[in-house]
Each structure stands twice: as C-alpha cells, then as structure tokens.
Design a protein around this ligand. Structure first.
Ligand SMILES: Cc1ncc(COP(=O)(O)O)c(C=O)c1O
Length: 433
C-alpha cells in the first residue's frame, strides 16, 4: 500500500486495492471543472456537438420505444445486446468495409466499457500494452488500472510508424516483458487527428501477426471524415487478429452510452461473460431507442450533417492557427475532433495552462496523452464543440498566451531566472495541477 493510492485525508486510504494507484484525477477531468465556466473558450474536451441532432428524431424514437416496445425495453436483456441492434450495427460497420455476423457483436456501455472488458480479459499486472504515443487518455487510465504498463510507439502524419513499432516490440521483448495488446485509433486519432494509411494498416497487421499480438482497433471517428473516407477498418481484412470497437457516441449521442466490440469467436464468448459479470446486460432502453432511430431516421444523412458541422469548425481552427500562430506546426485532420499543436521545444504546455485559463481559453496539455511524461511541448485542441467564432476567439487568446510565454522566455534568457519564475507559477487555480 502506498501514498499514491489515496491521501491520509481519506480515512480509507490504506484500504484501497493496489490497482487504484493509477486512478488519480486526469488533467482532462480537472480541466472540465475550470473550463466549463461560460466565459472560457474550451478547446479541451471532446464533447460531440449534439445540438446538431434534431430533437424530434430522438423524441420520436424514445416515444416509440416506450409505446411499442416497453415490455422489452424496460426489462433486463441479453448480455450480448439485442439481436435487432446487433443486426443494425452490421450496417453501420459495412460503411467501413467490415463484414461480420450478428453473433460476432457484443454491445457495451460505450466503447469505454469495451476497453475495460478487454483489459479485464487480457491484462495481468506487469503486462505491456503498446499504444500510440500520444494516445487516448482514458484508455491509458484503464490499462493502468489493471496494472499493465503502457509503452508508447512513435507516430507521424500517417499514424503509427511500422518500423518504430518493430523496434518497440523488439525492445520490450528483449527486456523479458510480455506484450498483450497493441492499442490503436487508426482513423482521425485522438489526440493527434492523424490517420493510419492503408499500406501501414497492412504492415501493422503483419507485424502484429508475426509477433502474436492482439490488435485492439478503437474507431469512434471513422465515419466523421471531411473530404475523403479513411482507409477501411483493419478488422475488414483480419477477423482473427483484431478486436474492433465502435460506438454511437460520436455519430449519434454519447448520452445513450452504447458502443460495441466485434471479436473473434472465443474472445467474444468471454466478452459476453465479462459483460454479464459487470452489468448483467447493456441498457435495453438505450439499445431500443437507437434501433428505432436507425430504422426510421435518415441516420446516414445525419452523419453527413455532423461531418459538415465539424468540417466547418476544423477549417475555422486551421485558418485561425495559420493567422495567429504561423511559426508553429500542427496536424491537419481530415476527420474527427482534434488538432495536435506542437510548441517550441522549451515551452511546457502544462505549466502554461494556468495562464491560458486566466486568458479564458483552455486546451489539454500533451502530457495527458502519454504514460511516460512525453508530450510536454504539445497540446490537443478540440474543434468539435465551440462554434467557429468561439474557435477563432479561442485561438486568438491562445496566441496571446503562447506569444507572452515566448516573450517571457526571451526575457528570461537575457536577465536570469528571478524575474520570470513568480509570473509563471503565480496563477495556478486550485484544481489544475
Ligand atoms: C479514442 C476513443 N475511444 C473511446 C472513447 C469512448 O467513447 P464512448 O463514449 O463510446 O465510451 C473515446 C471518447 O472520446 C475516444 O476518443
């Protein structure tokens, strides 16, 4: 038992299980508290813009769920999910080239829950998960909560770098450690916004096969492309070596909390058992609402609407960056929610955050997306939620902060540390550390 598992202000701190050591409030969580004030332009969270969803579509689906399917929708259901929704999920996945059978699909409480179930099935303390560097923050939290170690592997503008992956695997193996999963978000990655090319998808699958590593393909954003669709899902060409995760959170609404996993037969059986052990059955009500929505609304047209909304916001962010911060570099996403901004080497995005919040703009520091302290001079900027005008204003404020930091640093290099440090540390709000 160690101090990291709790503080002695909590009378139970010495009782927590060791696996809770990684459950400290993430930067993203702390940020939500500060950045949710209305005067702050938050480029921090990844909340879908659900206002673009016509309310009557959902209201109608809810009404029919109660009226026509109440006896089933208000009851416990199958631990694998309703056959009707699983059948409809096949149509959704067909858009990304995936052919599967209804039996292959397990419905979960969002894809976050599928990450938890997969971790429960595969990770023992000390096991290694290889993940993109940077990687989705709450996946890292889940892997760590099963006492696995996340080892990052490098990315570039085309996603995971295959040669770097080979080297990472060889290094981890040489240290005598056991690799259980390769976790990847191949399309419009969270947090970088980049997409793994088709050729690299094939290479990565081959590397995983050669090394007997199960691929965990997490794909919340693949249908939210702006110009060209991303390459087909990795699961479309490898049924045995990939567990695929999908969700209705970004193409419909996260409040419904419905996602799914598609897994090879034996893994799927275990996923269902783990699902039952955790929650008995996924929400019959939410599944029926989604089934009603999918069977009556133009859901493909609605995804087009979301694409249009996010494309306009992406464009607003990219043009504001080009205007306000022309000397920096950033990724150019062709879909999804995120831009990854690289800062000059000597700037620290986490240390700079209090000043940004003071200037009424928030972002997520790059370090949130690494398990090993990486990402210090980078940040994730989300364009999914604020309107284009707010995005432009947010980037203008961010530029003020970054340019101010650069000016301080140049003053620092001329006059020495004493004139600079109080200014940098003095504005830390209580819950941002
Ligand atoms: C890469 C990734 N995986 C999983 C999730 C969790 O999504 P869900 O709402 O389906 O649990 C998110 C949410 O932002 C995400 O970005």
């Amino acid at each position: 038992m160690n101090e990291a598992q709790g503080t002695n202000l909590d009378p139970w701190y010495s009782h927590y299980a060791e696996r809770t050591a990684g459950l400290s409030a993430s930067e993203v969580r702390a940020l939500f508290a500060v950045a949710s004030r209305p005067e702050v332009v938050s480029l921090a969270g990844g909340m879908p813009y659900v206002s673009a969803l016509p309310q009557e579509l959902i209201a109608g689906a809810v009404e029919r769920t109660v009226r026509d399917h109440g006896a089933v929708a208000l009851q416990y259901g199958s631990g694998q999910g309703t056959p009707r929704l699983r059948e409809q999920i096949l149509d959704v996945m067909a858009l990304e080239g995936i052919r599967a059978s209804v039996d292959d699909v397990v419905v979960t409480t969002g894809s976050q829950h599928a990450l938890e179930l997969m971790s429960k099935l595969f990770l023992d303390p000390g096991d290694v998960v290889i993940a993109e560097g940077p990687s989705y923050v709450t996946a890292l939290t889940v892997f760590r909560s099963f006492q696995a170690e996340v080892v990052h592997t490098a990315m570039d503008a085309d996603g995971l770098v295959p040669q770097a992956l080979r080297e990472t695997i060889a290094r981890v193996r040489a240290e005598g450690r056991r690799i259980k999963l390769l976790y990847t978000v191949p399309s419009f990655q969270n947090p970088m916004g980049v997409t793994l090319s088709w050729q690299r998808r094939m290479e990565v699958l081959e590397i995983a096969r050669d090394n007997d590593i199960l691929v965990l393909e997490d794909n919340p954003y693949g249908l939210l492309y702006f110009d060209q669709a991303p390459p087909q899902a990795m699961r479309s060409v490898d049924e045995e070596g990939v567990v695929y995760l999908g969700t209705f959170s970004k193409t419909l609404a996260p409040g419904l909390r419905v996602g799914w996993a598609v897994a090879p037969h034996a893994i799927r059986e275990k996923l269902v058992l783990a699902n039952e052990a955790a929650i008995l059955s996924p929400s019959s009500f939410a599944q029926t609402v989604i089934s009603e929505y999918l069977s009556t609304a133009d859901w493909r047209g609605q995804i087009d609407v979301f694409r249009g909304v996010y494309r306009e916001r992406r464009d607003a962010m990219l043009s504001a960056l080009a205007e306000q911060l022309p000397s920096l570099s950033w990724t150019v996403p062709n879909g999804g929610f995120y831009v990854w901004l690289s800062l000059p080497e000597h700037l620290d995005s986490k240390a700079m955050l209090p000043r940004a919040v003071k200037e009424l703009v928030a972002y997520t520091p790059g370090t949130a997306f690494y398990s090993d302290g990486g990402g210090r001079n980078a940040m994730r900027l989300s364009f999914c939620y604020p309107t284009p005008d707010f995005i432009r204003e947010g980037i203008r404020r961010l530029a003020t902060v970054i340019n101010g930091e650069l000016a301080l640093l140049s003053e620092f290099s001329q006059t020495g540390p004493l004139t600079v440090q109080p200014t940098r540390e003095g504005v830390l709000p209580p819950n941002v550390g």
